[in-house]
Ligand binder design. Structure first.
Ligand SMILES: [Zn+2]
Length: 148
């Protein structure tokens, strides 16, 4: 991308970091810090910060939003309780605390649909090796697409 400031052209490279467009200089300064935080809850999904997006630029905007929410582990369904000051939501199928990990890996009521769209059982491989459209199709199949 080329921008012009004060009449001089400047080249600005933009990369995608977890669905957000950020300048490479920010990635360079944040990446070593993030890569060393093993206790960070995103670490189990991203041991290192990727510098790419796995959804094509032609994907539907809502698909991109849903997919990025799944990748960061924060969705309206699983985290709106923090803003609304209510109890942590529980799965309507098995009464476990609701989380992205529960939806993608644990809930036994989704096993059949899960096996239809991906075979991995750990969240890291699901989010890093499964085609994004398979994950979105799984979310559609279990009727959570509009709740995330
Ligand atoms: Zn469940």
């Amino acid at each position: 991308m080329h921008l012009s400031f004060l009449g001089r052209p400047h080249r600005v490279d933009v990369v995608t970091l977890v669905g957000l467009n950020v300048r490479p200089s920010l990635c360079t300064s944040v990446r070593p810090q993030m890569n060393s935080q093993a206790q960070n809850k995103l670490y189990q999904i991203y041991p290192t910060i990727p510098s790419y997006s796995t959804l094509s630029s032609s994907s539907l905007r809502k698909d991109q939003i849903i997919y990025n929410r799944l990748r960061i582990g924060h969705t309206r369904l699983t985290h709106s309780y923090l803003i609304e000051h209510t109890d942590h939501p529980k799965c309507t199928n098995c009464n476990q605390l609701l989380s992205v990990k529960h939806i993608l890996t644990e809930c036994t009521s989704c096993d059949q649909a899960r096996h239809q769209y991906y075979s991995f059982t750990d969240i890291k491989n699901i989010l890093n090796l499964t085609p994004s459209q398979n994950i979105l199709n799984f979310i559609l199949k279990i009727n959570l697409y509009d709740q995330l």
